[in-house]
Design a protein around this ligand. Sequence first.
Ligand SMILES: *[C@@H]1O[C@H](CO)[C@@H](O)[C@H](O)[C@H]1NC(C)=O
Length: 163
Amino acid sequence: MMWISHIATAGLICALTVNAQQCLPYYQDCSFYSRCLETATPCGPSGYAIGLAEKICLRSLAAKSQFSPAGQKWAWNTILCLQETLVPIANGSMILSCDQIKTFGYNSHLECYVKSGFCSLPISDVILIYHIIDIDDEVLRQAVLVAKSCARLYYYNLLNATY
Ligand SMILES: *[C@@H]1O[C@H](CO)[C@@H](O)[C@H](O)[C@H]1NC(C)=O
């Protein structure tokens, strides 16, 4: 009971201090794309939010039991990272066209994947992730980029381990 009232109080304080425009992503949730991003800048069913990002997010949610424990953690953190990157667009502090949102979104994938620990995932998770994101060529290109940057990371670690 106690903590519920604390949360309610914190929520009230946030509601009073944070700009009413703020629309934020939640952990283990894909609703930010339609609830916040698409609402702020509608780009339709083939735009980045609905046509790509939300699809990948929902596919990841649906596949959660197929991930290893590390892979699940990776997926949750990546999903949140990808959505958090888009907050400035959803809250109106960054005004981008639909094409620009797509580029901005794509560019955030590599960093979010690697930052969430993609390079140390078991190969079974990597294969699963490749299946999940295999929606179109542009995204596949991202996957290849990730693989390349991991290769560099492994090479770097190898060099450091050797000398
Ligand atoms: C929009 O989001 C960014 C990143 O979270 C934040 O720094 C900024 O203050 C927000 N702007 C508004 C108008 O809420």
